[in-house]
Ligand binder design. Structure first.
Ligand code: NAP
Length: 310
């Protein structure tokens, strides 16, 4: 059961990329990290990496697929029995929502670089693309993206809230993206709903996401001015930022924030990017370790993970 002297953190998608680095850094600070992965083999391999870094006492593995209700329920049950409390939940797992015939989604990388450069002080080196392939937005991939990046976060969060309520400093960090910043949204209705902070509700955010999926399925992306590139990813992260605000208002004794970790070299973007996964994780960890009474309901993005709000 819960050890009063230990802080417990759960990280989704902890088997690689930014998630693995988040686990490593939190564990290095003496926090008990539960590294989760949807795939047991990949999760246990990641655990081995951290064990070899001398962190074996600080990291455990737990299978968790954020789109699988049974997996979430089993994880909560196991967590309740083994640890009895959760202090920090890092919703990091995510997918880009594109299909393609190349390993490097060139147009996504280019658009992301433009967005990042426009909104930050991070110096971005010139792009050296290794291939010139294309990626395709299919409805199936877009729907999966929404279900992972938005509904997955919601389901995991709701399931773990009772364990977080047992903490004296409950903290939730949603790893989002500048791609979800409202300046990138063109659909007027979605923009109006998501930018009306005072009127935001879980239902209104869900409504935007559902309208987007219907438009996508029925071929109205262009007509209704949804962006024409990585649209599901952008909508999922915009909705995630809005949900973060709704949740922060509901749980005023929690610290709940979202952030963009920066454009980092991971598998998600063919390992292009301005910063390393380690640097991106440092930003996430700073937000995860905000002191009690710190900001809540914010979207952070700058090189210190503290500047630009919505
Ligand atoms: N890299 C960037 O430049 C960047 C920029 C802004 C935001 N982000 C965000 O940062 C987060 C981490 O991304 P990353 O760059 O580290 O990408 P990544 O290397 O592709 O890692 C994504 C992680 O999410 C996991 N995942 C995907 N679907 C899942 C599911 N249904 N259940 C549980 N885990 C699942 C993956 O597991 P598998 O190994 O099993 O696929 C993997 O561990 C994402 O939310 C991403 O949107 C990244």
């Amino acid at each position: 059961m819960a050890d009063a002297g230990v802080r417990y953190a759960l990280v989704t998608g902890g088997n690689k990329g930014i998630g693995l680095e988040i686990c490593k850094q939190l564990a290095s600070k003496g926090i008990k990290v539960i590294l989760t992965s949807r795939d047991e083999k990949r999760g246990l391999e990641a655990l081995q990496i951290l064990n070899h870094s001398g962190l074996s006492h600080h990291v455990d593995f737990l299978q968790l697929n954020v789109v699988d209700a049974a997996s979430i329920a089993a994880a909560v049950q196991f967590f309740t029995t083994k640890y009895g409390r959760l202090d920090i939940l890092v919703n990091n797992a995510g997918v880009l929502g594109l299909e393609g015939d190349v390993s490097i989604p060139q147009e996504v990388v280019e658009a992301t670089v433009v967005a990042v450069v426009a909104n930050s002080e991070v110096e971005t080196p010139p792009l050296q693309l290794k291939t010139k392939g294309t990626t395709i937005q299919t409805y199936e991939a877009g729907e999966k993206c929404i279900h992972t990046n938005y509904y997955g976060v919601k389901r995991v969060t709701e399931a773990f809230i009772p364990l977080l309520q047992l903490s004296d400093s409950p903290t939730i960090v949603n790893v989002s993206s500048m791609g979800g910043h409202l300046t990138h949204l063109r659909n007027e209705r979605a923009k109006a709903v998501l930018s009306n902070e005072a009127g935001l509700t879980e239902e209104s955010v869900d409504g935007v996401v559902q309208e987007f999926l219907i438009d996508f399925k029925e071929g109205r992306l262009e007509k209704n001015k949804w962006l024409n590139h990585a649209t599901a990813y952008q909508v999922s992260k915009a909705a995630l930022n809005a949900y973060t605000k709704v949740l922060a208002k509901r749980h005023t004794d929690f610290i709940i924030n979202s952030l963009c970790p920066g454009f980092a070299r991971t598998d998600m973007n063919g390992n292009l990017g301005a910063i390393s996964a380690e640097e991106a994780a440092q930003k996430v960890v700073r937000v995860a370790l905000l002191p009690r009474g710190g900001p809540s309901g914010a979207f952070f993005y700058d090189k210190d993970a503290y500047g630009v709000a919505t």
